[in-house]
Write a protein that binds this ligand. Structure first.
Ligand SMILES: [Zn+2]
Ligand SMILES: [Zn+2]
Length: 189
């Protein structure tokens, strides 16, 4: 098997060590062709902060982070801040379609955000799903209507919980055409 391409992972702001570690482990078991590598921590740039909304402007944030890091390989930013994009009140993440760059936001993936008991396993599962989703976009996938596919559009935490941490067969085929090989356990049967 050829040497895997790195998948660069940056932490932006405060993200728990256990969450970062579990995400890296999840990404390493999901992709055969890419190996998730933690690169370092970055402070979220204040220029991307919207003081009126008290949220980050996701698109500005992603572009600013890319400018700061000029990554030479596919990149995922894991950000412990809340963000919005376009006409959406908030986003779980964002990606540049087919351009190998993605970001996910952790605050709204935590059960306690919704007044529920903290549940580290559920939080990690959501973080892995949203990371697979945004990386799917970064690797060229669009939204997919196949039930359970991680590429389903989700704008509520219920929709995140309904989908699986796995790509459908068709999405996995498109990824493979784009040079991204997914391990069996991350492909819907
Ligand atoms: Zn999406
Ligand atoms: Zn799909």
């Amino acid at each position: 098997m050829p040497t895997p391409t790195p998948l660069l992972v940056y932490r932006v702001g405060y993200v728990e060590e256990h969450a970062l570690e579990s995400l890296l482990a999840g990404l390493r078991s999901a992709y055969k062709s890419h190996k998730a590598v933690y690169v370092g921590d970055i402070e979220p740039p204040v220029t991307a902060y919207n003081w009126r909304r008290r949220q980050y402007d996701s698109t500005t944030l992603l572009h600013t982070l890319l400018k700061k890091t000029s990554p030479h390989a596919p990149t995922l930013f894991v950000a412990g801040v809340d963000a919005y994009a376009d006409n959406l009140n908030f986003v779980f993440g964002e990606a540049l379609l087919g351009q190998g760059a993605a970001i996910v936001y952790t605050p709204r993936l935590k059960p306690e955000f919704y007044g529920d008991e903290p549940n580290p396993l559920l939080y990690i599962e959501r973080l892995i799903k949203e990371s697979l989703h945004e990386l799917g976009h970064a690797f060229g996938l669009r939204h997919c209507p196949t039930p359970g596919c991680v590429m389903n559009f989700s704008n509520s935490i219920l929709e995140v919980d309904e989908k699986k941490p796995a790509y459908c067969q068709r999405c996995a085929e498109i990824l493979a055409e784009n040079g991204v090989l997914v391990n069996e356990e991350y492909i819907l049967a």
